[in-house]
Each structure stands twice: as C-alpha cells, then as structure tokens.
Design a protein around this ligand. Structure first.
Ligand SMILES: Nc1ncnc2c1ncn2[C@@H]1O[C@H](COP(=O)(O)OP(=O)(O)OP(=O)(O)O)[C@@H](O)[C@H]1O
Length: 343
C-alpha cells in the first residue's frame, strides 16, 4: 500500500545541512500496521511526512496505492492525498468549530451535501464513541476525546492509509491504550493500512505487525514484531525492547552492589531471554553443570506476535570459577548476559 524507495531528505538552512533521511526503503503492506520507532531527531516525522509529500524527498520514490506521488501534478496529488489520512500528537482540531463541525470539515471541502454530511458525522461520532460530544468545542474535551474526534475527522473521506504521527505521545497510559485499541479496530474493521511513528516500544508492541527502527536518518532494522523482539540485531533495538520491561534492581541489592568481584560476593546478572533460549532449560542446565545456585531476584516474561521473551535478574551463587563458567556457557548459547556487578 505504501512503498518508500531509497528516500533521502536533506535540509539546507542558511548553509546548515542536515541529512534527515538517508536512503530509506520501507514498505507497508495492505491491511497491516507498521510502526517506525526511533529516538528524538532520528528522522521519523520527516519520514512519515514524506508519505503524503507534506515533505518532498530530496531523492527517492514514494508509492501509495500503486501511484508514484513524486510524478503527480499538484491537482493529481490533492486527489491522491484523499486516500491518506493523518493524525497528530496535538490533534490539530479547529478550536472555533465544535467536534461535529471539525469532523464535517473534510466533507465540506469534498462538496458533500449537508444531509449526507450530517449522516456521516453522526456515523463517525458513533464509531469513535463520542455521540454525546457532537456540539462540544475542543477546549471542553479531554486529550483522548480530542484524538478520537481527530481520528473521526480523518476517517470522514474513507482513506485507504492512515498516518499516525506520535498520536498517543500526549496522552496518559490508559487513554493511550484506548486510542491504540481504536486504531486496531480501524485497521481490522475498516481495512485501513496504518503507518505510525513513535518513540515508545509499548505502542509498537501493542498493535503493530511490522517494526522499522530508525537511527540518525537511517533505517537500521526492520521485520515483523516477533522477529524483532526475539532476535534484535542492534543495541538500540534491544534498548527499546528493554524499555517495555519494568525491572529494577531492588534497593537492598543496589546498596550492596560492587563493580568488581570481592570475596564473599557473587555476580548479579541480567539475562535477556529471547529466541532459541526461551524454551531451552539452560538455566537448570547451568545449575547442574556448574554446581551453582541461581537465585532469581525478579523476572518478567511477555508474549508478542506469538513469541515469548523476557528479562531476568538473578544472582549466581557458587565458586568464582563456576560462576564465571556458567556465565560463559550462557553467552556461548547466544544468551545476552550482562553482569551488573557483584552482591
Ligand atoms: N524543516 C526542517 N528544517 C531543517 N531541519 C529539519 C527540519 N525538519 C527536521 N529537521 C531536522 O531533521 C532531523 C530529523 O528530524 P525529525 O523531526 O524527522 O526527527 P524525529 O525522529 O521525528 O524527532 P522527534 O521525535 O523529536 O520529533 C533533525 O535533525 C531535525 O532537526
């Protein structure tokens, strides 16, 4: 549905050159939800704005629904854009119009007659669960309600693709969940393809089929959610995955933690359990093979895209030699093991 081919975007402001996008190729298959994740300044907004040519790439090609947007005249582009809806972090509602009038705006611009507009607005308000807010002004709506109205407005002309530019970044966790569920419903029930950008892996984990990871204008990793979560290739991707877990070292352990081995202390390790290691009994193996005790301090497992993965904090208690051998054994099994210190 969306094909970005070798997109580059260079900004040149008074001789100050920024390479916001470098050779980015990404496809969003019809009916899927694809999430682009990256830190601030990675180029996410620039990328999503290239899809509807709000930002014109310096080079590369943009196909939406089979049409090369870079080759269209302004008039043809305006038509093609009707297939592409967009929602934003700060909703972009007109404060002088009621919720219903905001939703009606694209229909007015599309010269739909008043009776049909009214019917469609009511339908859309019902769809986003805000029938009773039709005559409210945006100032009287909560953040989540404003985003629902913005979503209804973007659905008014039946787009084929929805672009979501950090649509949940200004919302609290519970409201974020409800907006993500709404996006998932839009995708499933209205068969609208979604490309979203975010800096939160939780968003991606919840609703995306595929993930692309961006860093400094480059797309450094892409794949389906299960692949990425089970076999992250880059350190940045691993960090994003880790951010979905809330595992902290207990205060008591923090107080005792030393950076180097001391007599009577044992390694405190963080284990990333993903991919092949998840279903193998390698933790019981190290206990048997190396005669150590594996004292689990905290652990969290999750299930994404049919794949189990997780993080564990544990203390390995044995002789220094056996502890080291156990850690080496896990590393040789391709488990990501980090020795946090000694407790
Ligand atoms: N209109 C512009 N003129 C000049 N530089 C720009 C412009 N828009 C973006 N940039 C630069 O391009 C780079 C990528 O910015 P972009 O906004 O796409 O990143 P982002 O990943 O969306 O970041 P954030 O999450 O903070 O919004 C940054 O270095 C930014 O300063």
């Amino acid at each position: 549905m969306v094909e970005l081919k070798k997109i580059t975007k260079t900004f040149n402001q008074k001789g100050n050159v920024t390479h916001a996008l470098c050779d980015v190729t990404l496809s969003v298959p019809k009916g899927k939800i694809v999430g682009v994740i990256g830190e601030s300044g990675a180029g996410k907004s620039t990328l999503i704005r290239c899809v509807n040519l709000l930002e014109r790439p310096t080079s590369g090609e943009v196909y939406v629904n089979g049409e090369n947007l870079m080759r269209l005249s302004q008039k043809q582009l305006a038509l093609a854009r009707k297939n592409i809806g967009m929602i934003f972090q700060h909703f972009n509602l007109l404060s002088s119009r009621t919720a219903g009038e905001n939703i009606s705006l694209p229909l007015e611009l599309n010269h739909i007659d008043k009776k049909d507009r009214e019917k469609r607005v009511d339908e859309l308000l019902d769809w986003v669960g805000l029938k009773d807010k039709k005559n409210e002004y945006p100032a009287n709506l909560s953040g989540g309600q404003k985003q629902r109205i913005a979503i209804a407005r973007t659905l008014a002309n039946n787009p084929k693709v929805l672009l979501s530019d950090e649509a949940t970044s200004a919302l609290d966790p519970a409201t974020t969940q409800s907006i993500l569920s709404l996006l998932k419903n839009i995708n499933k029930e209205l068969n609208i393809t979604i490309l979203l950008i975010t800096h939160e892996m939780d968003v991606v984990k919840n609703i995306c089929d595929n993930i692309a990871v961006m860093n400094s204008g480059k797309l450094i990793e892409k794949g389906n959610v299960a692949e990425i979560f089970s076999h992250p290739k880059s350190e940045l991707t691993q960090r994003f995955i880790d951010s979905t877990f809330r595992i902290d070292i207990p205060i008591d352990y923090q107080n005792r933690l030393k950076p180097f081995r001391e007599s009577g202390k044992h390694p405190l390790v963080k284990l990333h359990i993903t991919g092949n290691t998840v279903d193998e009994p390698i933790l019981s193996e190290i206990v048997r093979k190396f005669h150590i005790n594996n004292n689990i301090i905290s652990a969290q497992m999750d299930y994404v895209g049919g794949v189990k993965f997780g993080i564990m904090l544990a203390e390995f208690i044995g002789s220094p030699e056996n502890e080291n051998q156990a850690i080496e054994y896990l590393m040789n099994k391709n488990m990501n093991v980090i020795v946090l210190g000694y407790v």
